[in-house]
Design a protein around this ligand. Structure first.
Ligand SMILES: *[C@@H]1O[C@H](CO)[C@@H](O)[C@H](O)[C@H]1NC(C)=O
Ligand SMILES: [Zn+2]
Length: 211
């Protein structure tokens, strides 16, 4: 008799713990609607402009004239990387300051940024024309992986986050499903996104060697 009670209590706690984990996982998603779409996406966390402390845009940020965009352009920041939300947020603020104060752009140039903390940082966001690769600005989403990837790849969590962000964009209709993935150097004279990251994205299924 006692044995059954003990097993019953154990099973009850296993049940409680499992349900608690399920609840916490779904809370970490972007929104309740998103988490049901794909298991991958419940891990994607987008740090909003308010959360990283963005300045308001100082000029017009226009809608993408080609929407949904058929291209994704990958960049690196050619700076030291970051592995915490605090440091990555500071980096993103510094890029925004440089783009607005030095380049005199309306806002940070990228649509999104990805840190080696596994978080996505909202730049201009979906549906907006970025300032990151003139030839492709009207028809792409520009994503910058924070770090200098000339001689080493981003860490695994950043690579997964980059892939998840693109898939999330496709699932939301914010990127064409048959999109082409390119590195910045394919559209402008630059080393960006660094040799190592460029070699890595060449292995991604949507990579386009001749855009
Ligand atoms: C990026 O890393 C490479 C190789 O380590 C180095 O030569 C280069 O100066 C770095 N770029 C910047 C902008 O710091
Ligand atoms: Zn670039």
């Amino acid at each position: 008799m006692k044995m059954y009670k003990i097993i019953g209590v154990i099973l009850y706690f296993v049940y409680v713990v499992e349900n608690k984990e399920t609840t916490e996982t779904s809370l970490s998603g972007v929104s309740d609607a998103d988490v049901t779409e794909d298991n991958l996406m419940k891990e994607l966390k987008i740090i909003t402009r308010a959360e990283w402390g963005a300045r308001p845009a100082q000029g017009p940020v226009n809608d993408l004239p080609v929407y949904p965009p058929p291209f994704v352009v990958v960049h690196h920041s050619a700076t030291v990387g970051c592995t915490s939300q605090t440091i990555c947020s500071a980096r993103v603020r510094s890029f925004q300051n440089y783009h607005m104060d030095h380049n005199k752009w309306s806002d940070i140039g990228y649509n999104f940024l990805v840190g080696e903390d596994g978080l996505v940082y909202e730049g201009r966001g979906w549906g907006k024309r970025g300032a990151h690769c003139p030839k492709f600005n009207p028809k792409s989403i520009g994503i910058c992986v924070i770090g200098n990837f000339t001689s080493h790849e981003p860490n695994l969590i950043a690579i997964e986050t980059l892939k998840d962000l693109i898939e999330f964009g496709v699932s939301k209709g914010e990127i064409q499903s048959d999109y082409k993935l390119i590195g910045h150097r394919q559209g402008s004279r630059t080393e960006c996104p660094g040799n190592s990251l460029y070699d890595l994205i060449k292995t991604f299924p949507h990579f386009d060697s001749n855009p």
